[in-house]
Design a protein around this ligand. Structure first.
Ligand SMILES: [Zn+2]
Length: 386
């Protein structure tokens, strides 16, 4: 028998060791994909409807199973008079519930969701409904809620990594709470599996587990639709130390339909909006823009009413008028015959990644890693050790 040279034997030894490592270390990949996220999908509701095949319902706190494997079922869960929950049509009362469906997604008020549903009584005699599902699956559904999966693939990948990092950061800071992320614009928009598609799945799969890290930790990866030419510094919106979030020039979002916007409101309507929130309940006579940030966003406004006047922070003024009306705080205004005309740049708070800028960069052939490192300074893209 021909003798195998030592160097070849070493080669096969290391090849065998590598293959064994690949096989036996597979659970690390498995664990990564099993990272769970708790998404708040409903609150401020007194009841909701759930349906699914082989639906199972249990008491989350005691583990008691009320029923399971009902072939096809539809239930209405509602808040009891007190701190308990009730399932209409069934003599069930519990302080918290868990719902699962073995054979299909769960449908909540017409929207389909993967994983489990947890239900808690909320603080305002309402219900909190939380969807618990794998983080990677959550991201597949999120892409089309935040941007369009028809954008260039590198823009989708940049969105996937940013959203994964944001969710992971929030999960770390809310570990004591009932949920990790809100499914509204308060955090990241998520509407279940209805908007999943192959391109979103590909972007998530090809960046699986990747996070934006600063000194080895997931960053506060905030983002917004369009910066309007320059991103904002975080200190005007949040307290904390975020050295990777700096105001930078962005010319990649120039083609965005949200780059320039206009909004007008008359003095009576403005008084009504401000008054309903407890601010200066009187006809508005004038608005004066005060201090601006370095990126030209309005930090402070002086509002003169018929009798009084008051100062209001720019971000609070935007919140009161509505985030979809006053699209950013980077605006200027003029008054004409009792009508206030706002013109502004960009959409959103302006900090971190500019989604339309990421699209512009990806369209120009820039890869997602370079896009991310443009908007988040001195970060690494990697995975957390397990
Ligand atoms: Zn931009």
């Amino acid at each position: 028998m021909k003798k195998i040279p030592t160097v070849v034997r070493f080669f096969y030894f290391f090849l065998g060791a590598f293959i064994s490592w690949e096989i036996f270390c597979a659970p690390a990949v498995e664990a990564k994909t099993k990272e769970i996220i708790r998404v708040l999908i409903l609150r401020d509701v007194s009841h909701f409807k759930v349906s699914g095949q082989e639906l199972a319902l249990g008491d989350l706190l005691t583990g008691q199973s009320f029923f399971k494997n009902i072939k096809k079922s539809s239930l209405t869960v509602e808040r009891d008079g007190g701190p308990r929950l009730r399932v209409r049509g069934h003599s069930i009362s519990a302080r918290a519930l868990v719902l699962t469906s073995a054979r299909s997604p769960l449908t909540i008020n017409g929207r389909r969701y993967r994983g489990k549903i947890r239900v808690f009584p909320g603080p305002n005699r309402d219900l909190w409904v939380i969807n618990e599902l794998p983080l990677e699956e959550y991201l597949v559904g999120l892409i089309n809620c935040e941007i369009s999966s028809q954008w260039s693939l590198d823009a989708l990948k940049a969105q996937a990594v940013t959203a994964r990092t944001f969710a992971t950061f929030q999960k770390g800071s809310r570990s004591e709470g009932l949920y990790d992320v809100d499914s509204s614009v308060n955090d990241q928009v998520y509407a279940g599996i209805g908007l999943e598609d192959p391109r979103s799945r590909r972007a998530v799969k090809e960046t699986e587990g990747e996070l934006l890290l600063y000194q080895g930790k997931p960053i506060f990866a905030v983002y917004h639709a369009c910066c309007g030419g320059k991103t904002e510094s975080p200190e005007y919106l949040w307290t904390g130390n975020f050295p990777y979030l700096k105001s930078i020039v962005c010319t990649y979002c120039l083609a965005s339909p949200h780059f320039l916007w206009n909004y007008q409101v008359d003095a009576e309507s403005l008084a009504k909006v401000l008054g309903s929130m407890g601010f200066l309940s009187q006809r508005v006579r004038g608005i004066q823009i005060g201090e601006r940030s370095e990126s030209r966003r309005v930090l402070q406004l002086l509002i003169r009413g018929e009798r009084d006047q008051g100062e209001i922070p720019g971000k609070e003024f935007r919140r009161l008028l509505g985030y979809d009306q006053l699209r950013s705080t980077n605006f200027w205004l003029k008054e004409s015959d009792g009508v206030f005309l706002f013109s502004g740049l960009g959409w959103g708070h302006g900090v971190g990644l500019c989604q339309w800028g990421a699209k512009g960069m990806a369209d120009a052939g820039i890869d997602y890693r370079s896009i991310l490192k443009y908007y988040y300074q001195n970060v690494e893209i990697g995975q957390l050790p397990r």
